[in-house]
Design a protein around this ligand. Structure first.
Ligand SMILES: CC(=O)[C@@H](O)[C@H](O)COP(=O)(O)O
Length: 257
């Protein structure tokens, strides 16, 4: 079981709710993925979003936990205010904290992120910070009160997959006891399996499912890939070797003359 801020989850896939072709497809994708947590942009959905007021009843019907996010916030003040609104409206102290630092890359402003994380942790929030794969920033976020980290593997919506496997491996090695969720930039189920094979606890993704030719089938594929990657990690994988090693024993081989 995955434990995030004391909540036990069977699924290690967290799914975004934006950009689906229709509310019905979103609902079917959530079910097919078997996720138990969806993230919702408070700013977008409060502004009417893609589905208007019906969106919230749809999410309620799905029976999944809601992780509100501060997507679209570019300053500490905006992010903190949005988090407080989310807590009041959705009755949860969970917040996926995004403080965007650059319009083109949508990469986090890690300085603002640490500041906002400190404020919100002090205010009693369970903060899920969307961060880079930088080790020192990760340390600062933990010092600020975060108990979960969400490093990116590539820029949001890029579908590039893990750009810096070594940095992700370093994070995993360094923070053996901290739940680490890879967030953003995944494009294919094999990307999800690859980071889960490194020992990450979960992945969060949106675009690769919502924008797939068949979002429901893709949600199902990602769900399976996450599970396969985790199972492989637990099973203990063979390290790559330089030399060939025969997989068929020589002793007892039939002799043809
Ligand atoms: C929905 C959400 O929170 C995104 O900001 C998240 O980071 C996912 O990124 P992808 O869309 O690249 O999967």
């Amino acid at each position: 079981m995955l434990s995030l801020y004391g909540r036990q989850l069977s699924s290690r896939l967290l799914l975004g709710t934006a950009q689906y072709p229709s509310p019905a497809v979103l609902a079917d994708a959530v079910r097919a993925s078997k996720t138990e947590v969806v993230t919702v942009s408070l700013r977008r959905e409060m502004a009417g979003g893609q589905t208007g007021g019906q969106f919230w009843s749809l999410i309620e019907q799905l029976g999944v936990a809601v992780l509100p996010n501060t997507a679209g916030c570019h300053s500490v003040k905006e992010a903190v205010t949005t988090a407080h609104m989310a807590r009041e409206l959705l009755d949860t102290n969970w917040i996926k904290l995004e403080v965007i630092g650059n319009h083109d890359t949508l990469q986090p402003d890690v300085f603002g992120l640490v500041e906002a994380a400190r404020i919100l942790s002090g205010d009693g929030f369970a903060v899920f910070p969307y961060t880079t794969d930088d080790l020192v920033v990760a340390e600062r976020l933990l010092e600020a009160g975060c108990q979960v980290l969400m490093p990116w593997c590539a820029p949001i919506g890029s579908a590039k997959g893990p750009l810096n496997i070594d940095a992700l491996r370093t994070l995993r090695g360094h923070f053996a006891d901290v739940p680490l969720v890879v967030d953003a930039g995944l494009g294919r189920p094999s990307h999800a399996a690859a980071v889960m094979e490194l020992g990450f606890d979960a992945v969060l993704l949106n675009t690769a499912v919502a924008k797939a030719g068949d979002p429901v089938a893709m949600a199902s594929a990602f769900g399976k890939a996450v599970e396969a990657g985790h199972e492989a990690f637990l099973a203990g994988m063979l390290e790559p070797r330089d030399m060939a090693v025969p997989s068929t024993p020589v002793i007892g081989k039939a002799v043809f003359s």
